[in-house]
Design a protein around this ligand. Structure first.
Ligand code: SAM
Length: 208
């Protein structure tokens, strides 16, 4: 997975490659999918949600450019895989998931791997997690119609970075927003397709 799907496609950060080598992706999927856990695509995790493609997890992590004493927030815990990868790189990870059943399974996977540096909250991640702000990095792993204002506000003024897929429900563009003081600069990366970000500053449950 690391050589063929990541290194060959431009994932060059040695720490990201090491994290992807170290965290066993199969433990974040149902046992029925263990034989396919290292393939080049998302997999179902229940509740109509997915564990993201390994390449997308690595790309978003590399794009965040975290350092080991950073505080990072993830929106969309899902299986917990992306949070576990981040926990390999930084001291503290905060992650929010709207489905309680997924949050519970993610917690079990963290416990199995003895990962104790991840705090999970069940709720709407589009409003962020203000109690622990500001964050050096925020990664949103669901597709949003726009950039939620609370996430911009909760970025560190000292170069905080937000990585978020923005677009319609079927296709998004990965946006990277960097905050310096009260300026937010945006660049765009690859096109992608994520499940919808559903919440106050995302899609409504019934939106098409
Ligand atoms: N990062 C995940 C992983 O490594 O498995 C992939 C997550 S999946 C592509 C997106 C997740 O975002 C889903 O579990 C979904 O329930 C969650 N989600 C969608 N809207 C949300 C919201 N407003 N707040 C928190 N989680 C949300």
């Amino acid at each position: 997975m690391v050589e063929e799907q990541l290194a060959r496609r431009g994932i060059t950060d040695p720490q990201v490659l090491m994290a992807m080598r170290t965290i066993p992706r199969h433990l974040f999927t149902d046992e029925n999918f263990w034989g396919r856990a290292y393939e080049d695509h998302p997999l179902p995790i229940g509740q109509g949600q997915t564990i993201s493609q390994p390449y997308m997890v690595a790309l978003m992590t590399q794009t965040l450019k975290v350092r080991d004493d950073d505080r990072v927030l993830e929106i969309g815990t899902g299986s917990g895989y992306q949070a576990a990868i981040l926990s390999h790189l930084v001291k503290k990870v905060f992650t929010i998931e709207r489905h309680g059943a997924l949050a519970k399974r993610a917690r079990e996977a963290f416990d199995t791997l003895n990962i104790h540096s991840i705090a999970i909250r069940i709720g709407d991640g589009t409003i962020g997690w203000s109690e622990y702000a500001p964050y050096d990095g925020i990664v949103v792993t669901a597709g949003s119609p726009d950039v939620p204002q609370p996430l911009l506000d909760q970025l560190s003024k000292d170069g905080g970075r937000l990585v978020i897929p923005v677009g319609d429900r079927g296709f998004q563009q990965l946006k990277i927003i960097t905050r310096n003081g009260d300026n937010w600069a945006t660049t765009e990366d690859v096109g992608c397709t994520f499940v919808p970000l559903v919440g106050k500053h995302g899609w409504s449950e019934g939106d098409k």
